[in-house]
Design a protein around this ligand. Structure first.
Ligand SMILES: *Cc1c(COP(=O)(O)O)cnc(C)c1O
Length: 414
């Protein structure tokens, strides 16, 4: 028997509890509409979104250019088949290879799938050119996705025993420790994969000399260097790609999140040298799907047209300066990150409560762990919206009594 919902928030929530598999603790509200930096729930309450839909809505919520591109393409061709070329697929491939300096691209729908492609390519390289090498070195505290293989690639302690047996062939080493990475390289190694700013891990950046040393080691041993730019790519860090901060070019780069501005889309890029797949090696029903390609095209063109990497750099600096002055009065420290992928520390165990109180006020911020707040707003964020965010953040800091004095005790304890 299927009873129609009456549309009230209470009715919707009851149906949600009954019918949605419990995989996430969600607040008791239902998101209904989005525009720019704001989301509105079904009761009409507004939320200023400094999580950017989880670093996804690069142009803000439901941007007009994305609406128009999706509507236009939907009227033309939603899906042909992965067995055919389509026009938006070709146009978007050309745009992405032009702006990234890579030669070849493969599209999928999620970040995990793009990373799976990168791992498959690395293992193909190992099989073909490195006498069967298959191991991939990744970093502890990293995040690469939720497919079984990407859970093995991810260096998250809580996932160690989840869904055993793990996919073999991944080794984890600490960030910015070249000796540890060098010691992990063997004749079984085919690739090193890392994020340049660990996002889910709490906003920790790699150092330039470390990254340059990894590049050299990969060149010497003929192993692939893979940058997971799923969170850092397409303007997020104040450059089009985070690798530009370091002057280090990888052999493979993966993108997702911001590339579709909310439409499910991801990509793996590589050079002609590693154009190693043969027909049948890799695929997917939705690879190069016309609707997704039109969405990606609209988003990336708008990022270029508005020079959003520069806005991300400038607004990121503004947020950092303002947070630094808040830190004189309140228990916030270790302000870090690049562009609009920012983090700061709060006393251990208070991050979730702080994020929850902000949410109550109508501000969405993210607490990736018990002592970190992460900000990753849309690349279009303005100073007015930053001021508004800081006002609500300060109110929550006062309400939770997170004053600078606490920071001292927290530091002494640590
Ligand atoms: C989000 C993310 C992923 C996973 O992307 P999904 O689209 O959730 O599969 C992988 N790597 C990084 C760095 C991410 O931030």
């Amino acid at each position: 028997m299927h009873n129609k919902l009456n549309g009230s928030t209470a009715d919707l929530l009851e149906a949600a509890h009954q019918s949605i598999l419990f995989t996430a603790k969600r607040p008791e509200l239902v998101m209904d509409r989005g525009e720019g930096m704001y989301l509105w729930d079904t009761d009409g309450k507004a939320y200023l979104d400094f999580s950017g839909g989880w670093a996804v809505t690069s142009l803000g919520h439901s941007p007009k250019v994305l609406q128009a591109a999706i509507a236009k393409q939907a009227g033309q061709l939603v899906h042909a088949s992965p067995g055919f070329y389509n026009k938006p697929m070709i146009e978007f491939s050309k745009l992405m290879t032009d702006i990234s300096g890579f030669d070849k691209i493969f599209f999928a729908s999620s970040g995990s799938e793009a990373n799976e492609s990168a791992i498959k390519l690395a293992r193909k390289h190992g099989a073909k050119n490195l006498s069967g090498a298959y191991e991939i070195i990744t970093l502890t505290n990293s995040f690469h996705g939720r497919t079984l293989a990407m859970m093995s690639a991810t260096g998250k302690a809580q996932w160690e025993s989840l869904y055993a047996p793990k996919v073999p062939g991944f080794k984890h080493v600490p960030i910015n420790d070249f000796d540890a990475c060098f010691a992990a390289i063997s004749d079984r190694t085919c690739a090193i994969m890392l994020e340049l700013v660990q996002g889910e891990g709490g906003v920790y950046s790699v150092d330039a000399p470390y990254l340059q040393a990894l590049r050299k080691a990969c060149d010497v041993y003929g192993i692939l260097l893979i940058f997971d730019e799923i969170q850092t790519g397409l303007g997020r860090t104040g450059k089009m790609f985070a690798s530009e901060h370091y002057g280090v070019k990888p052999d493979v780069m993966t993108l997702a999140k911001g590339i579709g501005g909310g439409f499910p889309l991801s990509a793996m890029l590589t050079t002609n040298e590693y154009d190693l797949f043969e027909p049948g090696d890799q695929g997917g029903t939705y690879t190069g799907n016309p609707l997704a390609m039109a969405a990606g095209m609209a988003v990336v063109q708008e990022i270029l047209r508005l020079d959003l990497p520069t806005n991300a750099m400038l607004m990121g600096q503004t947020i950092k300066e303002q947070l630094a002055s808040l830190a004189e009065k309140y228990a916030i420290s270790a302000i870090r990150g690049k562009g609009l992928l920012l983090g700061f520390s709060v006393p251990e165990g208070t991050a979730a409560a702080l994020a929850a109180d902000c949410m109550e006020q109508g501000l969405i911020i993210n607490a990736p762990n018990a002592s970190t707040i992460r900000l990753m707003p849309s690349l279009t964020v303005t100073e007015t919206e930053i001021d508004e965010m800081l006002l609500m953040l300060e109110r929550s800091l006062i309400k939770l009594e997170l004053y600078a004095a606490q920071k001292e005790t927290a530091a002494v304890r640590a």
